[in-house]
Ligand binder design. Structure first.
Ligand SMILES: [Zn+2]
Length: 452
């Protein structure tokens, strides 16, 4: 079959790749008799003879003339052309980008049971391969198509309660087209239900291309917010105690609860748990929960095992591309397996694009993380045993928030009998919570003193 192309705006499309609707409706600028003839065309792959001729003529006309639809009395305005799509991200944050030939107006709605996001658009021809917008991350199903002559719709079925944190239209760098960018992030059931209740289905009046979705509200209280993350959970048990067979996920939850309670007794500090019970959270979800709650700090608690059973004591980890040593590298590798244990898809790159501002934020955050690690180790001095070189670093995915200073604290090792005893001791847990609270207070006051 010869490869024919038709010109649509600035884009050349091989006929064989045009979606059915474009063939059928023939948005090619052909009016009158030819238009009627084209409307009968039902070309998908095998072109029937008369349609083939029609399309050849249409292609010839449109390559000679600029692509303008000659609107007839009955013909609708030329639809938008969505000619490209991408979806990236994971089960905590997913970004969808759709390329249009010109700026679309759009409106967004939420529907419950199951949770769905509806994006309403003017008449649109979807001309990208279906596989480019295959469901992933926060979405388990994505459908799109025509509603009526004047409108089209994208329906995104979610895997869990979410919200669209960002929705905007922006021009392509080359100025060729416009892209619709949607960023979905996890939320909870109550918040999702509120979104459903609060919305109105009135016609989107605003020709304004940017949606009016507000950015997340800042906490008003001025409290310093600390995310306390109990490592592992649910199907991911973590390490197992050498003597008592206690599971790491239970140890970390007990410590996280003790620390959050202790921090919440301090005026001006508000701590919350990323998981409150024995449930599984992916590493990205932990990071995203901290960010959504405007955490100023993220502390992930662990009590892993080592092959070397004699090694004992606490360690504080911060993130880095390159591990400080083999022990840190091995541990990060094991921790990062958490998502796979629960059968989650392999980690993908976060949706953020590399940019210089983000890079600066990351570097600043890393400096704060290191300062927090130092505060923690200073509070442990002469109080809590630590391993040699107790501040180490490696590529822990749970520490990857670009804007929340984060540490991973190994409270001790469940592979060491003495550590195991301490890890199950109420009194020692209380003491650790006291010392960590001192460290957080010290970190916070030095940050405030530096104008942070
Ligand atoms: Zn762990």
């Amino acid at each position: 079959m010869p490869i024919l192309t038709v010109r649509m705006g600035a884009v050349l499309w091989p006929l064989s790749r045009l979606p059915r609707r474009i063939h059928h409706r023939c948005y090619l600028g052909c009016g009158g008799r030819l238009f009627k003839r084209m409307r009968r065309a039902t070309v998908v792959s095998g072109l029937r003879k008369n349609n083939f001729l029609g399309c050849v003529i249409a292609a010839a006309i449109t390559t000679m003339a600029p692509a303008v639809v000659h609107a007839t009395d009955t013909a609708p305005a030329e639809p938008l052309l969505a000619y490209g799509a991408r979806i990236v991200g994971d089960d905590a944050r997913t970004r969808i980008v759709i390329d249009f030939d010109r700026a679309p107006t759009f409106s967004i709605h939420y529907i419950a049971n199951p949770e769905r996001v509806v994006v309403d658009l003017p008449a649109t021809a979807f001309g990208f391969p279906a596989k480019d917008l295959e469901a992933r991350g926060l979405f388990k199903d994505i459908r799109y198509g025509k509603m009526d002559e004047d409108s089209a719709r994208i329906v995104l079925t979610a895997t869990k309660p979410l919200k669209i944190g960002l929705a905007k239209v922006q021009a392509d760098e080359g100025g060729k087209g416009q892209r619709l960018v949607l960023e979905a992030e996890i939320s909870d059931k109550e918040k999702f239900d509120e979104l459903v209740k609060a919305q109105s289905w009135a016609e989107p009046a605003a020709p304004d291309v940017t949606s009016a979705i507000p950015s997340p509200a800042q906490p008003g209280s001025g409290d310093f917010i600390v995310a306390v993350d109990a490592g592992h959970g649910g199907i991911d048990t973590g390490a197992i105690g050498i003597d008592t067979k206690t599971q790491e996920k239970d140890v970390t939850l007990a410590f996280a609860r003790a620390l959050a309670d202790r921090l919440n007794r301090e005026p001006g500090i508000k701590a919350f748990l990323t998981r409150k019970d024995d449930s599984f959270l992916s590493l990205s979800e932990r990071v995203e929960i901290a960010r959504q709650n405007h955490a100023g700090l993220f502390v992930s608690m662990h009590a892993d095992t080592l092959k070397q059973k004699d090694i004992r004591g606490a360690t504080v980890y911060t993130i880095s591309d390159k591990a400080s040593d083999k022990l840190a590298a091995d541990l990060a590798e094991r921790e990062n397996l958490s998502d796979q244990i629960a059968g989650k898809a392999a980690a993908t790159e976060p949706p953020e694009v590399a940019d210089i501002l983000l890079d600066l934020t990351r570097r600043e955050t890393q400096a704060f993380s290191i300062s927090l690690a130092e505060s923690v180790l200073a509070s442990f001095k002469d109080q809590v045993g630590t391993i040699n070189n107790p501040h180490r670093h490696a590529g822990f995915r749970v520490l990857q928030a670009p804007d929340v200073p984060s540490i991973l604290l190994e409270l001790g090792f469940l592979s060491n009998k003495d550590d195991e005893k301490l890890l199950l001791d109420d009194e020692w847990r209380g003491k650790m919570a006291d010392l960590l609270t001192e460290a957080v207070k010290h970190y916070h006051s030095s940050m405030v003193a530096n104008g942070g």
